[in-house]
Every structure is written in structure tokens, then in C-alpha cells.
Write a protein that binds this ligand. Structure first.
Ligand code: NAD
Length: 641
């Protein structure tokens, strides 16, 4: 193939990109040919390592060849792009987990698709001319090709900074951020490649490495962490705009060129990835959710038009930078169900799932499991239908052939009752996964009964509300054995963005009630502070601008602001319809007080929050309202009322 040279020299497989006039941009055919070489050499004993390099002075590989994607996308053919990205990501994953050394020599520009082939191997060599970047937000995409994995692992908030600004990294910067391993002067590269081809050990690379010339990121890291630690793109922009100074203004200039929707999704994507359950498969899966939708629902076609086709550099993005609705971010990153990225090795096995309790939360969770290809048998005492779910006549029937039974029920008494019907119907080794919020005692009692029958039990209450259930972005806090947790993990990945194994049975419920005790107290504190601010004559928007980036910030303020028309859209903007109902908050605060009493813990703030929500729900007009409706309650009162 003219754009690539693929050969075996000694025991070294060598792949050289040779499209220098196009900065070695990767075409679809190049991607498939590289994958075929990696596949062929994987088990070939005559090849012991792979060297990747490129011709020309200016670039190792400046990205994917996107002009073709644009033409097909313009004609409404989104399938071509989706297939291109899926095949490219499969190659990126193969390079990442390749069982033999993969050595890449990254001179000049290495961007986007170039990072996907050049920055996932075992020895990533940079030199004097290296400039590495993930500039995708500039064309309406998000950092992809597995780049989000590297960004999520970069120190502090460097990932958010590099992803949203597309800043170019020098050799030292790339090593700091985790995109490269070794700085070797480029004059030494030809002789090193020749030595590798003659059979030298890869140690020659370490021996040739030198300290790189200083970069700029190390000195900026504290400032970057300070500005890029916010929850959302809006928080980051607020922080930069309020600070002034050279760094902030240069950074804002760079961000002003990029798609706000892409930047907001980039921040969200990195937050979801960061943490112990991060894998390359998870990073690529999330990236693909975005790129799959990028042409139809994102800014991709407009980004390419402005940058590459018309070259007017004046893209008309869908949203202004401070006005990207959180619903639009969630929509871009929702699970793709049957269309989800498949990487071969991580192909999912279809499971028989019984689902009991398909209310506000349970129904969307069950629908997401069915969309992902699982067979779901559902049961609810109410007359409910859910797309893709086969409804049956009893909880026992839903459990009969199930590998996993999931429940999403109102309280502990109902859980115990359902468990008494379900457990006898389950096959040994199957998993009972309860996602309801219930008391710790009930969770432990059901765990004991399940274990006695040779079944696995995990309590995994959720955070994220109805939006999270529909969008597949819930956080699960799980209690139970490691075996149970591992069995549940692929299902957590479909229904949520994060699962934390908190400890033995009951630990998930313990985490949930502690979390919600904090939530109840911070929501009350936020609401009473707004009411005080009103009486002091302070504008609510100004109050939000200050607190959301100061030490009083919290989820209640930043993500679920109780003041209508302020901050991201929340139930306050919908006449305080739930959302998360005040009576459910009261239930959770009751559970935390019950638990505190059982273990003799001193929780005065929690107790006061419970008393206030009890008064609101039982004596005032709080029932049926969102728990943030505490704001109009406080606003209408004085000290004596
Ligand atoms: P919901 O009332 O909408 O759903 C509960 C469902 O269980 C109902 O459809 C009900 O008919 C069904 N049910 C009751 N008894 C049953 C039985 N014996 N057999 C089968 N089905 C039965 O409540 P929801 O909002 O979906 O909440 C479910 C759980 O999730 C609760 O424990 C809640 O605290 C928790 N939770 C809710 C939210 C939220 O925002 N709604 C957020 C996090 C956690």
C-alpha cells in the first residue's frame, strides 16, 4: 500500500507511515492495514516487537483523514463514520494490550488519530520537534482513540485542560502528561531503529534516553488544578473568567475556538472515567457514545466545515459556552444499547435477567439492560410496560431462569417480602442485586438468606436520580462479596457510570444513607443561605456565581441549584416538580437516623435535617414537591415563623 510500508526486518515488524504531504493523516485503509499487521504478528514467533515511525519532517501523524467522513455525513450517511471510528478504536485497543513491545517514534505533530496508534504502545519515544495534542474539541468531537484514558490518568486536572484547550505538548510535557515515555535526541533515532532491527534488546532505548528540554506544563500545574477542578465546563469557565491574568486569558482564547458541547462532554467524560474502574475498554466505549452521535447531534459537521472545507474559522456551534444544558451532555454520552462499541475480546455475553419493581427508577434501568441485548423478564405489582422487557405474572417467575435478579423497590419491608418469593426460585450461583435504598438491617438479613441458599447477594443503591437511570449514568455503591461485585460489574457499566465496592453486605446502603444525609443537610444550608441573601439584597445569580466557585460550593448549589433560572436546569425551573421528592429525602434521613441510633453515632445535623423535612412534608405543603422546594419555604419565613 502506497501510504504505508509494512515489513519484517530481523525479528522486528516495522510499520512506516508514508503520506508526508498529508502530514501522514490516517485513512480508513491505513487503519485496516495496520490492524491486519498487528493481528498477523501477534502470535507469529518470528516477530518479537513492532516499530512504528513515519516519513517526512513535519509529523508522525496529524490525525484521522476526516474529509471523507464529512462528505458522507453531509449526505446523511452517518453509518460510514460510525464504522470508521469503531474499527479505528478496535485497533487502538489492540495496540494498548499488545503482548509484545510496541515502540513508536513520534516526531513533529502527533495528534488525534496519531495518538491512537502512537501513544498506546510500550515504548513511546519523543524528540526535539515532538508536538502532541488532542485538539478534537476544535472540530466538534471529544478526545478519542483511547486518548481519554491517558487524559483521565494525567496528574491533577491536566486532562481537563489538555482536552478542552487542545494545547500542544512538547516532549517534556508529553512525558509529564503520560503520552510519552522517553526523550531521545532525534539524530539518534535511525541508528537505534537499525539496532532494534538487528536484534538489540529494547534496553537500548532506555540507555539512549536523555532529560528533555523543559516544557511549560509542569510550571502551570498548580494554576491548572485550581481552574480545572470544577464539576462542569461552566465551573471551569467561571473560574478562569473571575481570575484575570495571562494564563486565564490565553486559556480562554484557546477555549473560545472550540465547540462548547464537545468541551462540556469532554469534562464529563473524564470525570466518569477517573477512578479505580478505569479501563481502555471503558474509555473507548464512552468516546464511541459521543462519536457515534457526533454527526447527527453534535457539532462535528459544522466543525469540519469551518476548519477544513470553507476554512472560514467561524463555526456556528449549537450552544454558547456557559449555556450547554446538562441534558444535552447526558444525551451525547447515553449508552448505545445494541450499537455499543464491540472490541472482540470484551464482547458481552447475553444474560437472563429478572427485574422486580419497574417504577420511576426501575423501568429505565431495565430498558437500558434490554437495549444492551440482555433478556429481561420484569415484574411489578402495578400495571407497567417497559420497552424491550417481557413482563411476567410474579416475582418468582421473573427469577426462574435468571442469572441475575435485580430489585428496585420502595423500602426494606417490601424488599424482605420480595426476597422471600424470589430466593427459592433462583438457581444456585445466581446473583440477587438489590438497588433500592433500604435500611442496612434489611440488606444484611436478605444477604444472609441468599448466602444460606448458595446464592450471591449485593446491595447496590444508586445516586443520580431518574435522569441518571434513563441516561445510564447512575453511581452504584455496592456491598457484598468480591465475586458478587464482579458478576454485577458488566451490568453496572450499562446502567451507570461508576460502581464502588464499599465492603461487605450492607456497606452499599451505609454509603448511600451517609451520602444522602450530607445531601439533605447541604440542600437545607444552600436554601437558607439563598433566603438570607434575598433579605440582604443580594442578587441570586451573583450569589450563584460566587458560591459555585468558592468554598461554599456543593452538588446542591452547582448541579441542582434550588433557585429558579439560576445555574443548570433543575426541578426549580419546573415548578419544583420532582426530581427527587421531599418525602423520599425524608425516608433516607430517617434511615440515617435509625442507623445512627443503632450504632450510637452523634449526627445532630442529620437529625435537624430530618426534623425540617418531616415538618415540610407532614405539616406544610412539601409532599409531592422536589426536595429543593425548601428554598421557597425558607424565603417565605422570618426568624419567628
Ligand atoms: P417508585 O415508587 O416509582 O417504584 C417502585 C416500584 O416498585 C413501583 O412501580 C411499585 O409498584 C413496585 N412495587 C412495590 N411493591 C412491589 C412488590 N411487592 N413486587 C413488585 N413490585 C413492587 O420508586 P422509585 O423512584 O423508582 O424508587 C425506587 C427505589 O430507588 C427507592 O428505594 C428509592 O429510595 C430509590 N431511589 C430513588 C431515586 C429517585 O430519584 N426516584 C434516586 C435514588 C434512589
Amino acid at each position: 500500500m502506497k501510504d504505508l510500508s509494512i515489513s519484517v526486518r530481523g525479528t522486528t515488524g516495522r510499520i512506516t507511515l508514508q503520506r508526508p504531504d498529508a502530514l501522514n493523516a490516517m485513512t480508513y485503509d491505513m487503519c485496516l492495514a495496520i490492524e491486519a499487521a498487528f493481528d498477523a504478528w501477534r502470535t507469529d514467533p518470528a516477530v518479537t516487537r513492532i516499530v512504528l515511525d513515519a516519513m517526512g519532517e513535519r509529523a508522525f501523524c496529524a490525525g484521522g483523514d476526516i474529509a471523507e467522513l464529512y462528505q458522507t455525513g453531509l449526505q446523511g450517511n452517518y453509518a460510514y463514520g460510525q464504522k470508521f471510528w469503531a474499527d479505528e478504536y478496535r485497533l487502538n485497543a489492540k495496540i494498548f494490550e499488545y503482548p509484545k513491545p510496541v515502540i513508536s517514534f513520534l516526531h513533529g505533530f502527533t495528534m488525534g488519530g496519531g495518538v491512537g496508534i502512537g501513544c498506546h504502545g510500550s515504548h513511546r519515544v519523543v524528540g526535539e520537534t515532538s508536538q502532541i495534542a488532542m485538539p478534537e474539541c476544535g472540530i466538534g468531537l471529544v478526545p478519542d482513540v483511547g486518548g481519554s484514558l491517558i487524559l483521565a490518568l494525567a496528574p491533577g486536572r491536566l486532562g481537563e485542560y489538555l482536552g478542552t484547550t487542545g494545547t500542544r505538548m512538547t516532549a517534556a510535557d508529553a512525558i509529564l502528561a503520560g503520552f510519552a515515555d522517553l526523550f531521545i535526541p532525534q539524530a539518534d533515532w535511525p541508528s537505534l531503529i537499525a539496532a532494534l532491527e538487528a536484534g538489540a534488546d529494547t534496553d537500548v532505548l532506555d540507555q539512549a534516553a536523555k532529560p528533555p528540554p523543559a516544557g511549560h506544563l509542569a510550571g502551570d500545574l498548580d494554576t491548572i488544578n485550581q481552574h480545572f477542578g470544577g464539576e462542569t465546563l461552566g465551573d471551569i469557565l467561571n473560574s478562569l473568567r473571575h481570575s484575570g491574568g495571562e494564563f486565564a486569558s490565553a486559556t480562554l482564547d484557546r477555549m473560545a475556538r472550540n465547540s462548547p458541547l464537545s468541551m462540556a462532554c469532554c469534562v464529563e467524560l473524564l470525570h466518569r472515567l477517573r477512578g479505580p474502574s478505569l479501563t481502555m475498554a471503558k474509555a473507548l466505549d464512552l468516546e464511541y457514545r459521543f462519536t457515534y452521535r457526533a454527526m447527527e447531534h453534535g457539532d462535528f459537521l459544522e466543525g469540519i466545515r469551518a476548519a477544513i472545507i470553507d476554512k472560514d474559522r467561524a463555526p456556528r456551534w449549537q450552544f454558547a459556552d456557559q449555556a450547554v444544558p446538562s441534558a444535552s451532555v447526558s444525551k451525547m454520552l447515553m449508552p448505545l444499547g445494541k450499537e455499543a462499541l464491540k472490541l472482540g475480546e470484551t464482547q458481552m455475553t447475553t444474560r437472563n435477567i429478572g427485574f422486580v419493581g419497574l417504577g420511576n427508577m426501575g423501568a429505565p434501568m431495565a430498558i437500558n439492560l434490554a437495549k444492551a441485548g440482555h433478556k429481561v423478564a420484569g415484574f411489578d405489582t402495578a400495571d407497567i410496560t417497559a420497552e424491550g422487557v417481557h413482563m411476567v405474572a410474579s416475582a418468582a417467575e421473573a427469577a426462574q431462569d435468571a442469572d441475575v435478579v435485580i430489585s428496585m423497590l420502595p423500602n426494606g419491608d417490601i424488599l424482605r417480602k420480595v426476597a422471600s418469593e424470589v430466593l427459592p426460585a433462583m438457581q444456585p450461583g445466581a446473583l440477587f442485586l438489590d438497588c433500592s435504598t433500604v435500611d442496612v438491617e434489611s440488606a444484611r438479613a436478605v444477604a444472609e438468606k441468599a448466602t444460606a441458599r448458595g446464592l450471591l447477594f449485593v446491595d447496590a443503591p444508586v445516586s443520580g436520580g431518574i435522569g441518571g437511570a434513563a441516561g445510564g449514568t447512575l453511581t452504584f455503591m455496592a456491598g457484598g462479596t468480591a465475586e458478587g461485585f464482579e458478576k454485577a460489574r458488566p451490568l453496572f457499566d450499562i446502567m451507570g457510570q461508576k460502581a464502588v465496592h464499599c465492603g461487605d453486605a450492607g456497606a452499599g446502603q451505609a454509603a448511600k444513607i451517609c451520602n444522602n444525609m450530607i445531601l439533605g443537610a447541604t440542600m437545607i444550608a444552600t436554601c437558607e443561605a439563598f433566603a438570607l441573601a434575598d433579605k440582604l439584597g443580594l442578587d441570586r445569580q451573583k450569589m450563584f456565581d460566587v458560591v459555585s466557585t468558592s468554598s461554599g460550593y456543593s452538588w446542591s448549589m452547582n448541579a441542582y441549584c434550588p433557585a429558579p433560572g439560576v445555574g443548570p436546569e433543575s426541578p426549580a425551573d419546573n415548578d419544583y416538580l420532582p426530581g427527587f421528592a421531599a418525602e423520599l429525602m425524608l425516608k433516607d434521613l430517617g434511615l440515617s437516623q435509625q442507623a445512627a441510633e443503632a450504632v450510637d453515632a452523634d449526627t445532630p445535623m442529620g437529625a435537624l435535617a430530618q426534623a425540617l423535612y418531616a415538618q415540610f412534608v407532614q405539616q406544610e405543603d412539601g409532599r409531592g414537591k422536589d426536595f429543593s422546594a425548601m428554598l421557597p419555604r425558607f424565603a417565605g419565613r422570618g426568624r419567628q415563623t
